[in-house]
Design a protein around this ligand. Structure first.
Ligand code: MN
Length: 201
C-alpha cells in the first residue's frame, strides 16, 4: 500500500496572517509531500507489510525491520507530524473543552502556564524539531516537550494533542529568524476541538 498526502482541511489562505498562503502552499505541497514520497520509496518492494495508518507505523517503530527503521522514523515521522499539524490548526480556533481546560489547569496552572511551558520547550529545541502537547493515557497527565527532527510522541507511547513545527521551513518565509514570534502566533490557530478529539482517541 502507499501512504498519501491528505488535502488541507481549509483553503491555502485561510490561516493568514499567521501562516501566509505562500508558506502554507510550500509547506504542505512540497515539504509534507516529500516526506510521503520518501516514505513510500523506502517501503517500495519490501516484503514487510506496513500498517495502513502512519500513526500506527510510527507508534510501533520497534517492530519495523532494522533496515527500514531509520527511514520510517524520518519520513513516517514527518508524514505523521504534518498530518497532526494540519488537523490541529484552524482559522476558527475556539477554546479548550471543560475537560481539557481542567487538565491544563491542574498541570500548568492555566492556559498562560501552558503557553509558557510550550514556548520554553520550543525555544530549547536545538536545530530542527517540534514541540508537542501530549497526553499520557497511563498517568492521565498532560506533558509538554520538544523532540528533534521528525520524532513523534507516538513512538514514546504518548498521544500528541497539539504540535508546533520548529523547522525553519515552517516559519522562515513569514517570521524570518524569529522562532519565538512563530511560537507565539501559532496559538492563534490552535483548534481546541481537534485537541479534545485526540484526547478521547
Ligand atoms: Mn514542516
Amino acid at each position: 500500500m502507499e501512504y498519501t498526502l491528505p488535502d488541507l482541511p481549509y483553503a491555502l489562505d485561510a490561516l493568514e496572517p499567521v501562516i501566509s498562503r505562500e508558506a502554507l502552499k510550500l509547506h504542505h505541497g512540497a515539504h509534507h509531500r516529500a516526506y510521503v514520497d520518501k516514505l513510500n520509496a523506502a517501503l517500495a518492494g519490501q516484503q514487510w507489510q506496513a500498517p495502513d495508518s502512519v500513526e500506527a507505523l510510527v507508534a510501533k517503530l520497534k517492530d519495523v525491520p532494522d533496515a527500514l527503521r531509520e527511514p520510517v522514523r524520518r519520513f513516517g515521522g514527518g508524514h505523521a507530524n504534518h498530518c497532526l499539524l494540519w488537523q490541529t490548526l484552524s482559522p476558527e480556533p475556539g477554546e479548550p473543552s471543560r475537560r481539557l481546560a481542567a487538565l491544563i489547569d491542574r498541570q500548568f496552572g492555566g492556559l498562560d502556564g501552558l503557553r509558557t511551558a510550550f514556548s520554553e520547550a520550543g525555544g530549547t529545541v536545538f536545530g530542527s524539531g517540534w514541540v508537542f502537547l501530549s497526553h499520557n493515557a497511563v498517568s492521565g497527565e498532560l506533558v509538554v516537550f520538544g523532540l528533534p527532527n521528525q520524532d513523534t510522541p507516538l513512538s514514546h507511547g504518548l498521544q500528541p494533542l497539539l504540535a508546533c513545527d520548529l523547522w525553519e521551513h515552517a516559519y522562515y518565509l513569514d517570521y524570518r529568524n524569529r522562532r519565538d514570534h512563530w511560537l507565539r502566533d501559532w496559538w492563534r490557530l490552535v483548534d481546541w476541538e481537534q485537541a479534545e478529539k485526540r484526547l478521547g482517541a
